[in-house]
Design a protein around this ligand. Sequence first.
Ligand code: NAD
Ligand code: IPM
Ligand code: MN
Length: 362
Amino acid sequence: KQKYRIAILPGDGIGPEVMREAYKILNILKNDFLLPLEFQEFNIGGIAIDNEGLALPKKTLLGCENADAILFGSVGGKKWDTLPIDQRPERAALLPLRKHFNLFANLRPAKLYSELEYLSPLCSKITKNGFDILCVRELTGGVYFGHPHGRVKKDDIEYAFDTEVYYDYEINRIAHLAFQLARNRKNKVCSIDKSNVLNSSLLWKEIVEKVSNSYSDVRLSHLYIDNATMQIIKNPNQFDVLLCSNLFGDIISDECAAISGSIGMLPSASLNENNFGLYEPAGGSAPDIEGKNIANPIAQILSVSMLVRYGMHLTKIADQIDKSVISVLKRGYRTADISNNNNYLKTHEMGDVIADALINGK
Ligand code: NAD
Ligand code: IPM
Ligand code: MN
């Protein structure tokens, strides 16, 4: 059987802590499910700056190029926040990695697990019908990458600037994907923009409209970003697929995380046109809980599930991983972020119960 190589990039903060738990799942897939997996680990982010002098070392990039998929933890932290912005882990490792592999499509599913309903900050009147939202975020364009950008100090004034640029083809391809994904869901796409103010948003809206003509079975609506943040809180159940630009999707996906209970639950997949992907939790390196062994490993474990689903196309096995997570939630296992009392599992214990559920088909 041909090997399936996964480049593993734990990164900083809680990254290595939750990656350790993802390994438990990966090893079960390899040793018990007999998937032909091969893992190789590389430095990235702050730890790579410390060890190799660069946030994205050549060796890491090469390792990713030689892999079939990337499993990513998180990067960044206080220690590197004083570096010039272009050298920091976020801008010097994660963004170039996304750009290098042209990972334009970031899928961030957020749903309210019935077991965790009590966790949502929304009142039960709103959450009673649950919600299941797929945030489709454009990931390699927009204000994150537009030129010019920079910072200037001249005499006694200082200014800084970033540019939001969207090419028609960038909007086109992410819109097509959003409509296609909606077809396997509830056939609804809501596109989010600020077309009452921004040129880039107006082009976004026009192209999404045009693309929608090829998907007459999918219902398209539009919301301005400011209103969208309100409507998501007032009635998340009305939404199916949210189609967003890079920055708006970054914000909206954290909002969806918050109303589903914890960002520690949210995985993501970043894909390119050839279906090569980087899989990572939607949240970050969580410096406030780093080293305490209390981080929730579920987002990282569900990122493995997304890798198996979107990268390997092994839907049934991905379903089994998801089922194992739901099964431990059903049986009352919680990490600190999703517990409503002082009784909770440590990071490695949560990894163990999920691994056990997967092995035993629970
Ligand atoms: P964050 O997502 O790291 O943390 C926000 C809050 O969520 C914190 O209270 C944190 O404890 C909590 N949280 C996050 N993941 C959790 C988990 N698995 N279990 C339990 N709680 C969890 O966002 P931030 O604090 O704004 O950023 C911290 C650092 O992470 C910054 O350097 C930022 O740039 C970086 N960051 C990296 C990524 C990434 O690598 N993909 C994503 C977001 C932020
Ligand atoms: C995310 C993060 C990143 C982003 C940062 C760390 C560059 O917030 O993946 O959501 O803004 O895309
Ligand atoms: Mn973010």
